[in-house]
Design a protein around this ligand. Structure first.
Ligand code: UTP
Length: 407
């Protein structure tokens, strides 16, 4: 792209300030900035002005979960069905490891965090060990797709190679890089990370499917005859991946998607609640719960909105392929390192702008149905989001020990 073309594009979106330092840049920096301007999608930035209208809600009603008692009564049957499908290669697993972990305050990929006390125990290791349990049970390898981002790809790949994939079969591990989205200030103006670089960030945990498609990873999925994808967050160290019981239950109930959920530990616990919205499965965030929803009861007198999703979903490929055109955008306030008006790098202590993300939970809403599948939170839910306190390294260590893991 020439400088003239870049100016035209920026003018179209009211972003001319991006070239403020252009004359100070080296030739290589100039080329790189022009390239970034050429490829960046700037069309979403203006929507921050009406962001409240973007995600308006339909009519929310409860969706009953398949609870532990019922699962235990059918465990053998569900597991057998799931294992059979896994042996036939029908299930792939997708690890979402492209996040920035801003709340954890570390630049390193979250999966590389060492939880060990007497020895080493990395988050990646915990997850891969759990997947290896399924591999042994099914006596078949499961393809593991790992989504990284521009910011952490090389470090992640080098680390897992150095650790020999923690015993996983390298032939079944596939990396792909998720797409980035520009970051703006509260007025929708692009922030500069460097004089020759616009600030950008991974495009949210819903970016995985389009990124799989655009990186050719979906061709691998097709080639291998995979029919279901299990999407899970890297940061839950007790995550059970490619769970045959969940797959079996979903198949047995003729559902096209399933979501692991836990019973909430407080009515307004910070997890999204699986429910119905205009008759389709959906997830409402904890801050969207009205008083009536918190007080609503089911026919057994239990809270009607009682199960929170833990970012572990299975989706049937056929339905995923049908939904991609219409993922809604979420505009979230974040702390974004950027240049201030004097061209000095600022590390903000409070949110200073917006990131533009798509979220995996919106995929649930685009499915015709979804089975909420309860799991024991003490056995399967130990997310690491913060340095201390709730959902932290501290709480995860306690839960790992409770599950017999030596730290
Ligand atoms: P979170 O939504 O908690 O985001 O990620 P995060 O980036 O890890 O943390 P914060 O919000 O900045 O503190 C849930 C899961 O989705 C992945 C994360 O790696 C994590 O496994 N994720 C998130 C991505 O893969 N890409 C993204 O753009 C965002």
């Amino acid at each position: 792209m020439t400088l003239e073309q870049a100016k035209n594009k920026l003018a179209k979106y009211g972003q001319e300030h991006v070239l403020k330092y252009y004359n100070e840049l080296s030739e290589a920096e100039k080329t790189s900035l022009l390239m970034q301007i050429q490829t960046a999608d700037m069309s979403a930035l203006s929507s921050c002005k009406n962001k409240e209208e973007l995600n308006s809600r339909g009519v929310i009603t409860p969706l009953a979960a398949m609870q532990l008692e019922e699962i235990r009564a059918n465990q053998e049957q569900f597991t057998a069905i799931g294992l059979e499908a896994i042996r036939q290669g029908k299930m792939g697993a997708v690890m979402l490891a492209g996040g920035m972990g801003t709340r954890l305050g570390s630049d390193a990929p979250k999966g590389m965090y060492n939880l060990g006390i007497t020895g080493e125990l990395y988050i990646f290791e915990c997850q891969i060990k759990n997947l290896l349990d399924v591999v042994r049970q099914a006596d078949a390898w499961v393809h593991l797709f790992i989504m990284t981002s521009d910011k952490n790809h090389d470090t992640t790949v080098a680390f897992l190679k150095e650790k020999d994939f923690f015993g996983y079969n390298e032939e079944y591990v596939h990396f792909f890089i998720q797409e980035m989205a520009l970051c703006s200030d509260f007025e929708g103006k692009i922030l500069l990370e460097e004089k020759g670089k616009m600030a950008d960030s991974p495009n949210g945990n819903g970016g995985w499917f389009i990124s799989m498609k655009n990186t050719g990873m979906l061709d691998v999925v097709h080639r291998e005859g995979i029919e279901w994808l299990n999407i899970f967050a890297v940061d839950n160290v007790l995550q059970r991946i490619a769970d045959p019981c969940l797959l079996g239950a979903t198949l047995q109930r003729n559902c096209v998607s399933g979501a692991k959920v836990v019973k909430k530990n407080a009515p307004r616990e910070g997890v999204g609640v699986l429910c119905l919205e205009d008759g389709r499965p959906s997830i409402v965030e904890y801050y969207e719960l009205t008083d009536e929803m918190v007080e609503a009861r089911d026919e057994n007198g239990e809270p009607a909105y009682n199960f929170g999703a833990i970012l572990n979903y299975i989706f049937r490929l056929k339905e995923l392929e049908a939904i991609q055109a219409s993922m809604p955008l979420h505009i979230v306030e974040k702390k974004i390192p950027c240049l201030d008006e004097n061209g000095e790098l600022l590390q903000p202590e409070t949110p200073n702008g917006f990131k533009y993300e798509t979220l995996v939970l919106d995929m649930v809403h685009q499915m015709p149905n979804c089975l909420p599948f309860e799991v024991e939170r003490e056995r399967e839910f130990a997310p690491i989001k913060n340095m201390t306190g709730v959902d932290s390294v501290e709480t995860a260590r306690i839960l790992l020990e409770k599950n017999g893991v030596v730290l």
